[in-house]
Ligand binder design. Structure first.
Ligand SMILES: C=Cc1ccc(O)c(OC)c1
Ligand SMILES: [Fe+2]
Length: 564
């Protein structure tokens, strides 16, 4: 029997109007809802921010604006909220704004949640049938004058880098119209190309992947459609000068499970991990090759390049189990406790692009750490490199459970600086009441050597319910601690990814692309339900735990009366 995961809900249009109340595990402690939009000028600074840092650190976090009506809601299903730390002359101004996704605007209009489970439109309130349900909560990148707020289940949303105003869905001047777009496009510093893709590119559970190249003038120069061996998550990629590497994780999608109101993804403990290899330019569908390795869970890519022999080197963290405990295997028993401890060293794979499709590989080399959220010097993306940075889990360090409770968002208690050349490690422990979020690397100057500069990232002060933005100097041992600490007077939530954009790039693009010439979405238009656009096979959304055949109509069975 399918386990349907929906609880009764007071629908808009029904009589009862209750004040908002958030309950459940994902809203506890440090991850209590934030829901703040606004700014704080001139944050307090301890130490000194180097004057050469002149730009804005943008980062994104999921932050539910309305209490969910589904049971076992997950953090990844929260509205995307962008925080911006603008740094100039040793000072830092803070600004925060939710992305005006169609979903956010529709729920804001009705002042409650209308969308159901993560990537499952069948669990939505019929009021929002056909409304774009992506929430732009995974990455925020700068591309040709706009910020793109990204989540891999939908198109990018463009925002103004200065004001954080949302312009709307971004289709690259009509060139990219596929329904899904990765949260991890890659920017080749040598060519200015953006390499990007979408998986599940023909709808839920499709094995189709579309891959694009957008050149430095913003023109789409390549579009190729390829097939994955199964429909699974392809969250991040690596690029080299000539190849794209697609790690395909054994966490799979099942259309029937989705229609039953179940999870989009389920972990497959017996399935391989796979790596798709595709030439970057002029590739055809049949050029895609898949290599395989034993079951494991992909983290993020530190970097990739081609070595002197012409082989592809790709470095990423890989964990030995299902990190996404909230997407359990189909056959798991109710109440089975999720695993909490993983081995997740940095893996180096070396693939021969001439090897036949189906070749099996073992990792070439491991860098012994426990970590995730790998970053490296983006000036060397796709090229030979040595330095990378991680959020590190050091279980030997103390953690003050009594004061902080369970470590919300994972026990990433250190930032680490690693060097492949001599396998050196330099680690800063954030303290027994602190955890860290994904950092960014900022070069000391444009011609500084690889990895020479600053690491900047958010520290969660779990006891104070506050965040600090810390800056570490990569030329010094991390053990010495940050050279500057910027104090935020309140807490954010566990975030995902972020990037640093130099002020001169923002200024230059404000001139090249005047803000008043960028079209704005029409709020009333984008939240209009488009009946019949997503629900196939005569099924209507699942509400109140009942799968409703379209023929019965929805009216009367769950209190929906067509809405306002
Ligand atoms: C970290 C990975 C990841 C993968 C898929 C997601 O939808 C997501 O949402 C925040 C995050
Ligand atoms: Fe990611």
């Amino acid at each position: 029997m399918a386990h349907i995961d929906i609880i009764p809900v007071d629908l808009p249009g029904s009589d009862s109007k209750k004040p908002l109340k958030f309950s459940g595990d994902i809203f506890q402690g440090f991850n209590a809802p934030c829901r703040f939009e606004g700014s704080v000028e001139q944050l307090e600074v301890l130490g000194e921010i180097p004057r050469s840092i002149d730009g804005t650190f943008y980062r994104v976090m999921p932050d539910h604006h309305y209490p969910p009506f589904v049971q076992n809601e997950i953090h990844f299903n929260g509205d995307g909220v962008i925080s911006a730390f603008k740094i100039e002359n040793g000072e830092c101004d803070f600004q925060q704004m939710a992305v005006r996704t169609h979903r956010f605007l529709a729920e804001k209009k009705h002042r409650r949640a209308l969308f159901g489970k993560y990537r499952n439109a069948y669990t939505d309130n019929p009021l929002v049938e056909g409304v774009l349900r992506t929430i732009s909560n995974t990455n925020i990148v700068f591309h040709r004058g706009v910020l793109l707020a990204l989540k891999e289940d939908g198109p990018p949303f463009a925002m103004d880098p200065t004001t954080l105003e949302t312009f709307g869905v971004w289709d690259f001047q009509g060139q990219i119209k596929t329904p899904t777009f990765t949260a991890h496009p890659k920017f080749d510093p040598l060519t200015g190309d953006m390499v990007c893709y979408g998986y599940e590119a023909k709808g839920d559970a499709s094995k189709d992947i579309v891959v694009y190249n957008v050149d430095k003038e913003g023109r789409k120069t390549d579009e190729v459609w390829v097939k994955a061996p199964w429909c699974g998550m392809i969250h991040d990629i690596g690029i080299t000068r000539n190849y794209i590497i697609f790690p395909l994780t054994p966490i799979t999608v099942d259309a029937d499970r989705i229609k039953r109101g179940g999870n989009h993804f389920a972990w497959q403990p017996k399935l391989d991990q796979a790596y798709g290899i595709l030439p970057r330019r002029g590739a055809k569908s049949e050029d895609m090759k898949w290599f395989y390795a034993d079951n494991a869970f992909h983290g993020h890519v530190a970097n990739a390049y081609e070595n002197e022999e012409g082989n592809i080197v790709i470095d990423l963290t890989v964990a030995d189990g299902n990190v996404f405990y909230f997407f359990p295997p189909d056959e798991s028993r109710v109440g089975e406790p999720p695993r909490v401890k993983f081995n997740s060293p940095m893996h180096r794979w070396v693939f021969d692009p001439k090897a036949p499709d189906g070749t099996r590989y073992k990792p070439h080399e491991l860098f012994d750490t426990q970590g995730e959220f790998a970053r490296s010097d983006d000036r060397y993306l796709g090229q030979p490199y040595n330095h990378f940075f991680l959020c590190v889990i050091d279980p030997t360090k103390p953690y003050n459970f009594q004061r902080c409770g369970p470590p919300v968002g994972g026990l990433f208690n250190c930032y680490g600086h690693f060097n492949w050349k001599n396998h050196s490690k330099s680690i800063w422990f954030a303290g027994d009441c602190s955890t860290v979020q994904e950092p960014v690397f900022i070069p000391r100057s444009h011609d500084a050597p690889e990895g020479d500069g600053y690491l900047m990232g958010l520290v969660n002060r779990l006891d104070e319910l506050r965040n600090d933005l810390v800056i570490l100097d990569t030329a010094r041992p991390f053990e010495e601690g940050p050279i500057a600490v910027v104090k935020l007077p309140f807490k954010l939530r566990t975030g995902l990814h972020g990037n640093f954009v130099e002020s001169k790039d923002i200024k230059e693009w404000n001139e090249r692309l005047p803000r008043d010439q960028i079209p704005r979405q029409n709020v009333d238009e984008v939240i209009k339900a488009k009946a019949g656009s997503v629900y196939k096979d005569g099924l209507k959304p699942i509400m109140n735990g009942i799968l409703q055949p379209a023929a019965n109509g929805v009216k009367g069975t769950n209190g929906v009366n067509g809405g306002h």
